[in-house]
Ligand binder design. Structure first.
Ligand code: 7TS
Length: 430
């Protein structure tokens, strides 16, 4: 993407056709410069994509190109650069609207991340619609981003916060769902895919019941939108939140999808430039969607560079990415099952889980394990993964988590397994 291409070329670049081509993770790996980095003398094995993914060259180049050629503020200038920056910023919005199933561009709000997107719903829709005696329903497997905003909303409004429980395998236990989503329920907010257990939740069924009760449904898509086809209209979610940085894009950019009829009735969360239609000394009126929710100068660079990330994903195909990750997760689960000192959490059925695999060694603390694996160039995460109540429910303080993406290979898993065995020797358990 280097050079002086016109904005039309940048924005309308046709994805290269990879239909019919084999999924080649080894080849995709070469698109990511950081994946050829040496860490402590060995080539990086990156197994922490649930935290953030690495970026392909097209995304890195787009950041460079943005500042070299197109940098300007959006929606306010009449000069060429301002027009180019605005066109690119809005073109990414169109791309996102298409990527999640073809929604209206007005329904795509840029945020800083998935966390901010969920907080916006809690602090705007939440305070306008929830009062004492109402019920908020979430699940026991939520990331803090889809947990703490609802704890605070319930504390401040007096509404009750009720959890859909999980069963010992790591699935949601839906036996009492009809009682949990009681007639006084106003919102059901749940993750599509758990960042700890990998569980893919039956969101369609839960959303249908929420709607039957007159409640709205928010889906935390931070771990699903990057890894599988997500059609927000088919699932009929009222809100969907996700982050660009977990799907090859830059940090500092997230998305809130909301149905137009809901967004149009919601109060802005922040006030200032760009979100107004008219201001007088004693009066202010709001801009139309989506700008009403985008006060101040946004992350233009990130929006600019998110477009090639989405094109890259589309070019490979979300179905293909999902299939690759299912296969690789199955391989990892089989190999881990062969290690008697390792206990894996979460479902075994690949149809109902993604590629976040959390486990513990029966003797070695997850922090020691992750630190040891790092000496072998293997990046995993250890801790509670921003899901403290869930981790506690699993009966542990922390887990080690390997999480996969399109650039991971069987060799990466083999190295992880070798590393886990070496850790036993290093810490003298064998
Ligand atoms: N929801 C889920 C399910 C997540 O996994 C995360 C981040 C978030 C929301 C918040 O995303 P953010 O971009 O706003 O931070 N999950 C993780 C993780 O598993 N390790 O680091 C971040």
């Amino acid at each position: 993407m280097k050079g002086g291409k016109s904005m039309a070329e940048v924005v309308q670049r046709e994805p290269e056709n990879r239909i019919g081509m084999e999924f080649n993770a080894e080849k995709y790996k070469t698109d990511f410069p950081i994946l050829s980095r040496m860490i402590r003398g060995t080539k990086l094995v990156y197994l922490d994509s649930a935290a953030t993914t690495q970026k392909p060259r097209v995304v890195i180049d787009a950041v460079d190109q943005y500042y070299r050629l197109h940098n300007a503020n959006v929606h306010r200038g009449l000069h060429t650069l301002a027009e180019e920056a605005t066109a690119a910023y809005e073109a990414t919005r169109d791309k996102i609207a298409g990527f999640i199933g073809g929604v209206k561009r007005e329904e795509i709000i840029y945020t800083r991340n998935a966390t901010e997107a969920i907080n916006m719903v809690a602090s705007s829709w939440g305070y306008q619609n929830i009062k004492k005696g109402d019920r908020i329903v979430i699940t026991q497997m939520e990331h803090h981003a889809n947990l703490v905003p609802w704890i605070v909303l319930s504390r401040k409004t007096g509404a009750e916060l009720v959890y859909i429980p999980i069963d010992p395998e790591g699935y949601l236990d839906l036996a009492d769902l009809k009682d949990i989503i009681a007639p006084n329920t106003k919102i059901v907010a749940l993750t599509h895919m758990s960042n700890v257990l990998g569980t893919i939740n039956p969101v369609d069924e839960i959303i249908a019941l929420a709607h039957k009760r007159g409640a709205v449904a928010l889906v935390d898509g931070a771990q699903s939108v990057p890894h599988m086809p997500v059609d927000v209209r088919a699932m009929d979610a009222d809100f969907l939140a996700f982050s660009a940085h977990k799907m090859l894009g830059p940090t500092g950019l997230g998305v809130l999808y909301g149905k137009e009829e809901l967004l149009s009735r919601m109060e802005p969360v922040q006030y200032g430039g760009e979100m107004i239609s008219e201001v007088r000394y004693d009066y202010a009126a709001w801009n139309e969607l989506p700008h009403k929710f985008e006060a101040g100068t946004p992350n233009i660079e990130a929006a600019f560079a998110f477009l090639p990330a989405l094109e890259y994903l589309e070019k490979i195909g979300m179905e293909n990415i999902r299939r690759h990750e299912m296969e690789l997760t199955g391989y990892a689960l089989d190999k881990l099952a062969g290690l008697e000192f390792i206990k894996v959490f979460g479902p075994k059925d690949l149809n109902h889980r993604g590629g976040a695999v959390s486990f513990i060694d029966k003797n070695i603390h997850p922090h020691d394990m992750a630190t040891f694996l790092d000496t072998l160039g293997i990046a995993v995460r250890a801790g509670h993964h921003c899901a403290q109540p869930l981790t506690r429910l699993l009966g542990v303080n922390s887990t080690t988590r390997a999480s996969l993406y399109l650039y991971n290979t069987h060799n990466d898993i083999d190295q992880l397994i070798t590393g886990l065995k070496e850790a036993r020797r290093y810490f003298r358990y064998e």
